[in-house]
Design a protein around this ligand. Structure first.
Ligand code: ZN
Length: 290
């Protein structure tokens, strides 16, 4: 039987001194890969790479038999024309950090398509240039759908850039919320996106869209996580198969489409430490039996 690469994301509250302990626990829980949000550690400051921090992190990553993927840090916005130079600097430095850490893939949010041609042009050009640059460094770019936008927009963007070094990340939790909120078919979208996939985020939620995400993002970001769990508010990233998204069916379609990447469980694993092993085992079993 084929060995599937099951991963989990590093909690973004992980300090440099806890990194070794957290990765060790992931290995003990049977995970094969870990995704690191690049703003977890101060590896980029003012748009520039800080080799001192990167070297420190690389040494610890190298101690574990894990494959690594990365998630672009918070706040990156290549549609921000007012501060475009800084956002581009962070994007390209993110690619550099991935190369230095031996990370094979950089995940980037598509976010929301605007009505402004100039912003969309800046977004397109930055990603096309970064895809070319990253290819030379052996880092793949992958564009992720977010729940506040129709997933087809991210897929269409990847098709339009049409670069061999750029694929799509399908976030199944985001897709579930978006499909219910905007009124389109979850499984149909999984099928149409499957051939584009370079990466996958597997997480769950209750399907209840959180309007605060659109109406007031600043308040949304301050909402207590356990409160949001209790009331099922929006994109809560609970463990796969703990919510209502039809994940089994989706994993089956993706497997049959020949997906070769990391099966990344993207959830708040810090809140579920005693159960992380069974989450890993459940996802692996679902894929194997699909
Ligand atoms: Zn995601």
């Amino acid at each position: 039987m084929k060995d599937y690469i099951i991963g989990v994301n590093l909690p973004d509250s992980t300090g440099l001194l806890q990194l070794e302990e957290v990765l060790g626990r992931f290995v003990n829980d049977g995970f094969n890969a870990c995704e690191i949000n690049l703003s977890t550690f101060p590896m980029i400051i003012g748009g520039e790479v800080k080799p001192r921090v990167v070297d420190y992190v690389r040494e610890i990553l190298g101690r574990f038999p894990l494959r690594y993927t990365s998630h672009a840090g918070y706040g990156l916005d290549l549609r921000n024309l007012e501060e475009l130079d800084m956002h581009r600097a962070v994007l390209f430095s993110s690619v550099d950090v991935c190369e230095a850490l031996g990370i094979e893939l950089l995940n980037l949010h598509y976010e929301v398509k605007t009505l402004y041609n100039e912003r969309e042009k800046a977004f397109f050009e930055a990603h096309l240039e970064a895809a070319e640059y990253a290819q030379q460094l052996g880092v793949k770019l992958s564009i992720e759908n977010i729940e506040v936008e129709h997933a087809d927009k991210a897929a269409d963007f990847v098709r339009a850039v049409n670069h061999p070094n750029m694929g799509m990340t399908l976030d199944l939790g985001h897709l579930y919320l978006s499909a219910l909120h905007f009124g389109y078919d979850f499984m149909e979208t999984v099928r149409s996106c499957a051939p584009l996939l370079s990466h996958l985020h597997i997480n769950d939620n209750t399907g209840d869209f959180e309007m605060m995400r659109i109406d007031n993002f600043d308040i949304y970001k301050t909402m207590d996580r356990n409160y949001r769990f209790a009331f099922g508010r929006g994109d809560i990233h609970i463990p796969p198969f703990w919510g209502k998204a039809p994940l089994g069916e989706a994993l089956s379609v993706i497997k049959k489409a020949g997906y070769q990447g990391v099966w990344l469980c993207e959830y708040y694993s810090h809140s579920f430490i005693p159960f992380n092993r069974e989450v890993q085992e459940r996802v692996r079993r679902e894929i194997e039996n699909a």
